[in-house]
Design a protein around this ligand. Structure first.
Ligand SMILES: Nc1ncnc2c1ncn2[C@@H]1O[C@H](COP(=O)(O)OP(=O)(O)OP(=O)(O)O)[C@@H](O)[C@H]1O
Length: 377
């Protein structure tokens, strides 16, 4: 079976990790999560540098770990390439010697070492750099040497821990594209750790969102963007997100929901998308998720005249000018009155923001149509 199958459950002092995933081999899986979510721990468990309490790891039918059957290959016996955040290149060795290091440790014959180093450097587009020392390379090139060192061992599984973390913003952009094409050309099963959503978008054919040692959501990019299931993912994809409880249907087919964890209760009129429970009548009490695109929210100082719109009063807590690449929009965060929900975010044009002269601390009405919402189970 051409799959990477992983089940890991362990406890490290107070930190518990419990996760399971299966992905097609030859693809890149991204572990996305905040600092401390457990991402590096998963890599260490995959590499065999840590042992879980119980677990199972197999790739293409080859079992690396099966706690029930007492199988646990040592790190040396797992065909895994591991690229650490800091690359850990040997500063006094040339690029050639850095890449050859693991091969020499395997006591391979010299011609084979030369062939493998040359092949690995060519894969990362660094042929001709053999004699350079690490300090003569840019950050992006050092990162590729570290990658070549891992690839030279011809691993079946490549583990990349925050591969872009040590790079400045400009270099990160270039290296991101380059790394993506190297991984695509190589076609190696890869697990990549990051806390940047943009990396998840660029690299991840499959994205696992980790929080406190648990997978809180997994899927492709569009699954996350269209159906976030937590405030964390919704923030990453730039949407407003609410858990809610279905109360009743309105005659026009829209639904009245009550937002969860609000005291006093807040109602919202929402719409299910066609094809997604669009025709199915759900019972009252059903838990639903609701997202609203910040660009569909209107802000004004007086209550909206149309009662057809959802409208909430709140106080502006932050005004942020988005980069001009985002269309010169202004992001306004509004803390809704009397409820302890994360602020509602509206994105309005720079012209509207200038016309209305918003300031932090002002009371405003945020409104949006039911048709601007997207509800799902
Ligand atoms: N060997 C260990 N013993 C005890 N606790 C540990 C051990 N290794 C990691 N932890 C704890 O496990 C949690 C997850 O750590 P981990 O490094 O996997 O997170 P992460 O998502 O990779 O974060 P970062 O992006 O900061 O590296 C942390 O709370 C950490 O303190």
């Amino acid at each position: 079976m051409v799959m990477l199958d992983v089940f890991l459950s362990t406890q490290l002092n107070t930190f518990g990790l419990d996760m399971r995933f299966s992905v097609a081999s030859g693809t890149t899986t991204v572990l996305l999560g905040e600092s401390g979510a457990g991402k590096s721990t998963v890599l260490r468990l995959l590499a065999g540098l840590l042992q879980p309490r119980v677990g199972h790891i197999s790739l293409d039918g080859i079992v690396y770990l099966d706690s029930e059957r007492r199988i646990a290959l040592s790190p040396q016996d797992r065909p895994i390439g591991y690229v650490f955040q800091e690359y850990l290149l040997f500063p006094h060795l040339s690029v050639f010697e850095n890449v050859a290091f693991g091969l020499r440790a395997q006591h391979l014959a010299r011609p084979i070492v030369r062939e493998r180093v040359s092949e690995a450097l060519s894969r990362v587009h660094l042929s001709g750099f053999e004699k350079r020392q690490p300090h003569q390379l840019s950050g992006g090139q050092q990162q590729r040497v570290a990658l070549a060192r891992a690839l030279a061992l011809r691993p079946s599984l490549l583990l990349l821990d925050e591969p872009l973390a040590a790079l400045d913003v400009q270099t990160r952009r270039e290296v991101r594209q380059e790394l993506r094409s190297i991984l695509a050309e190589t076609g190696i099963t890869t697990v990549l750790v990051t806390h940047h959503y943009i990396d998840a978008l660029v690299f991840g054919q499959h994205i696992l969102v980790l929080d406190q040692g648990r997978v809180i959501q997994q899927g492709g990019q569009s699954d996350l963007a269209l159906h976030p299931r937590s405030t964390y993912v919704a923030e990453l994809v730039g949407m407003n997100f609410f858990h809610a409880c279905l109360m009743r249907y309105a005659p026009d087919g829209s639904c009245i929901v009550e937002l969860s964890q609000t005291q006093p209760t807040l109602e919202m009129t929402v719409r299910f998308e066609e094809g997604e429970n669009g025709s199915e009548v759900l019972p009252a009490g059903t838990d639903v998720c609701v997202v609203i695109d910040p660009r569909d929210i209107t802000l004004q100082f007086t209550p909206p005249e149309s009662s057809a719109r959802n409208s909430y009063q709140g106080r502006i807590v932050q005004i942020l000018n988005l980069p001009s690449a985002s269309g010169g929009l202004v992001r306004v965060s509004i803390a809704l009155d009397g409820v302890s929900l994360p602020p509602l975010t509206a994105e309005i044009t720079g012209t509207s923001a200038a016309r209305l002269a918003f300031e932090e601390g002002q009371l405003v009405y945020a409104s949006f149509k039911a048709s601007a919402t997207h509800a799902y189970l």
